[in-house]
Design a protein around this ligand. Structure first.
Ligand SMILES: [Zn+2]
Length: 167
């Protein structure tokens, strides 16, 4: 292999279905830009050195390089490689998993909220039992412990009160 500066001279190289014909110029980093001929449609096209170099390193240049002529059978559209199909499937799977995960989280949150609501309702019923007993015992409504204060008391204290009411 010969070199043009520090870049491999690719003239005459066959990469998959493409043959490098000549140098077209340099890109802004000084790398050669190549004129390449498609063996299927014979159209000349320009490829960056980086693209050809990675195709050269790849074991399957045919699956890396695609004809820029959309009508050519070697263009990406009409000749999608197994690799890109696999990529697509992987992407679809990942999206599906993300959606399922989001749905699962939403269900979890809804269940948590429902459980909290149920717990709150149960606690309110206990407090009502307590408040009613207080009112029956002649305590002014304004002096009865509010539900908020009731909730702040210890479980033990509340249980004790309710047990005594039940007795
Ligand atoms: Zn072509």
């Amino acid at each position: 292999m010969t070199f043009i500066g520090r870049f491999a001279n690719l003239i005459g190289f066959a990469l998959g279905n493409f043959v490098v014909q000549q140098i077209s110029g340099r890109d802004r980093y000084g790398a050669p830009v190549w004129i390449v001929i498609c063996s299927a449609c014979r159209r000349k096209q320009v490829f960056a050195h980086r693209t050809l170099a990675s195709a050269l390193e790849s074991r399957s240049a045919a699956q890396v390089l695609f004809c820029q002529n959309a009508a050519c059978r070697l263009s990406r559209k009409e000749h999608s490689s197994p690799e890109s199909l696999a990529d697509l499937r992987r992407q679809e799977r990942a999206e599906k998993e993300q959606l399922e995960e989001a749905a699962r989280k939403e269900q979890e949150l809804a269940a948590q909220e429902a459980a909290q609501q149920t717990a709150l309702r149960t606690e309110k019923q206990k407090w009502l039992r307590f408040a009613n007993s207080q009112i029956l015992a002649g305590i002014a409504i304004a002096d009865v412990m509010s539900f908020e204060t009731w909730q702040r008391q210890s479980d033990h204290w509340r249980e004790d009160i309710l047990n005594r009411l039940g007795a």
